[in-house]
Write a protein that binds this ligand. Structure first.
Ligand code: CU
Length: 137
């Protein structure tokens, strides 16, 4: 009785293992969603800034960003297993969505010329170094 059970479980695992190997090969088709990055010189879009979280430390891949006055959008990709967002402060206050690994946090603000701070608002990430300067001219 016990032996028969073990045998049938082994058979199931063997079948699942067989079918699974061909299924998992299709996971490489992650489409890079290039949203409106290709629009050259059209008005109204404002500044589009790209940022990424460091995969293993509490920091961003850039410590300074610059943009033109008006509508400014920062899109931060998060390759890290920790949750992060991108937020802006310094006369304005706006927070992006908090995202986990593989996600994108987006924050959009309308800014006058000046210096602003971009940072991660999750826990004490800003104090640990997830911050930088945004120069708007
Ligand atoms: Cu963070």
């Amino acid at each position: 009785m016990k032996r028969a059970l073990i045998l049938s479980v082994t058979a199931l695992v063997a079948v699942a293992g067989c079918g699974g190997s061909s299924n998992s090969s299709s996971s490489s088709a992650t489409t890079p969603s290039t949203t409106s990055a290709a629009s050259g010189g059209g008005g109204g879009g404002g500044s589009q800034l790209a940022l990424a979280a460091d995969p293993s430390q509490l920091k961003f891949d850039k410590s300074t960003l610059s943009a033109k006055a008006g509508k400014v959008t920062i899109t931060m990709t998060n390759p890290s297993p920790l949750q992060h967002d991108v937020s802006i402060k310094g006369g304005v206050s706006a927070q992006g969505n908090i995202v986990g690994q593989g996600g994108k946090s987006v924050v959009t603000v309308t800014l006058k010329p000046g210096k602003y701070t971009f940072y991660c608002s999750v826990d004490s990430h800003e104090a640990a170094g997830m911050t930088g300067e945004l120069d708007v001219s």
